[in-house]
Design a protein around this ligand. Structure first.
Ligand code: GLA
Length: 436
């Protein structure tokens, strides 16, 4: 007797959760990169006021995440989280109301394990209870970390299953209380390919360990995202981690990004459709920091209501295509948007470079057409492009361009051009190959 086993064909569903929240990347502020655990109500309210004063709330940054350390280290007798009375003397609810007056909502931080990474209570086994507490305090979002994991025989779950516990609690609470579901930001540091399943559990997922405020760290994150860009779309986003813009000479740890590097950082995070989460002390922010964080052209692409996808590389800069190079990630990127074709050209070299590309290397560009060029850093139209563009970029500098169709190629300048921008297979109607 033979028993024949038929292999069932499984399809992995990667449709986004889409419970109505988090269609577009999260825009906000988080206390961690600037202050670690060293913050209180006054310090955070000062950040909120600075956000308002500098036009960042109007630009779309409408949440402040209290990262690790906002509760006491012990729960109450009935297992409830207890707010820290030294940090929040009037209570967190009153604090969140102060934020609300400025057009900002408070957001919580917690952990899928026994404790948060800094040793405060984690939500494992307290998911529904903590969610109710956060809601009572006025939060509507939780960043969910991955420290102090219970033993396997306790969880009997892998990473996804541990995060699913909070997602289930969120769905239950929303159903029972007829309220908007909490927004869940997964923070398992890219351990277990969250770009594949994260969107079925929450609205964003960190793809990497903690960011550092220097160029090598940014380049490594951009390199990683050059392989995972496809995962971001409406209701689910790769989270490249909190921004380090503004942390030159300050922050925790102290950063050293140049102005050009900070611009490249913000450009990549915005166009790769990452959450944009400010992580610097805004009370002493320079004009350059505000200029970068408040770049409306880039925020507009990040928050495009009609096109959710990220830019993707069309050419790798150094080394062969699709080979990971954490110090020299892809340099030539493009993608669609409601406002035109987006290009990000990144000079990953330590010295200035001349960057050149043919427009039709981007799949979103039509052949035989002229394009108008808009620079999303100078906020100006800089002319038209015919077939290609050449850019001079400073070390670690960036160009962020929007190209729009400006009609067919005509006129004297095009008479000199080859019949096809792409050389191979370009043919006369009779089947004779045209050679350039
Ligand atoms: C982890 C996270 C950080 C931050 C700290 C807080 O390291 O990845 O973003 O939240 O914990 O302890």
């Amino acid at each position: 007797m033979y028993s024949i086993l038929f292999a069932a064909a499984f399809t992995v569903s990667v449709a986004a959760l889409n419970n109505g929240v988090g269609k577009l990347p999260f825009l906000g502020y988080d206390t961690w990169n600037a202050f670690a655990c060293d913050y209180d109500a006054d310090k955070v309210l000062a950040q909120a006021q600075a956000m308002k004063k500098h036009g960042l709330v109007d630009a779309g940054y409408k949440h402040i995440i209290l990262d690790d350390c906002f509760t006491l280290r012990n729960r109450s007798k009935d297992g409830k989280l207890v707010e820290d009375p030294d940090k929040f003397p009037d209570g967190i609810k009153a604090f969140n109301k102060q934020l609300n007056k400025l057009g900002i909502n408070g957001a919580a931080y917690s952990d899928a394990g026994y404790q948060t990474c800094a040793g405060y209570p984690g939500a494992y086994g307290h998911e529904a209870q903590d969610l109710a507490t956060w809601a009572e305090w006025g939060f509507d979002y939780v960043k969910y970390d991955n420290c102090y994991i219970p033993f396997d025989n306790v969880t009997q779950q892998n990473v996804k299953g541990r995060y699913q516990r909070m997602a289930d609690a969120i769905a239950d609470r929303a159903a029972k209380t007829h309220s908007t579901p909490f927004w869940l930001g997964l923070c398992e540091w890219g351990w277990q390919q969250p770009w594949i399943w994260g969107k079925t559990v929450g609205q964003s997922w960190r793809i990497n360990g903690d960011i550092k405020p220097w160029w090598d760290a940014l380049a490594a994150i951009i390199d990683l995202t050059s392989f995972q860009y496809w995962a971001s779309d409406f209701y689910g986003h790769n989270d490249l981690d909190m921004l380090e813009v503004g942390n030159t000479g300050q922050g925790n740890p102290i950063g050293n990004l140049t102005y050009e590097e900070a611009k490249s950082h913000f450009t990549a995070w915005a166009l790769l459709k990452s959450p944009l989460i400010i992580g610097t002390d805004l009370t002493n922010a320079t004009d350059q920091t505000i200029e970068i964080l408040g770049n409306r052209d880039l925020i507009k692409i990040n928050q495009d209501p009609h096109v959710g996808q990220s830019i993707s590389p069309f050419r790798w800069g150094i080394g062969p295509d699709y080979v990971s190079n954490s110090t020299h990630p892809a340099q030539y990127w493009s993608g669609p948007s409601s406002y035109g074709t987006v290009f990000m050209i990144l000079n990953t070299e330590d010295q200035p470079a001349t960057m050149f590309f043919n427009l039709t290397e981007s799949w979103d560009i039509r052949a035989g057409r002229v394009y108008s060029v808009y620079d999303m850093w100078s906020h100006q139209h800089t002319g038209t492009a015919l077939r290609n563009l050449t850019l001079e970029l400073p070390a670690h500098g960036v160009a962020a361009l929007l190209l729009n169709d400006a009609g067919p190629e005509t006129g004297e300048e095009t008479e000199e051009l080859p019949y096809c921008a792409g050389y191979w297979q370009c043919s006369y109607p009779n089947g004779t190959y045209y050679s350039n």
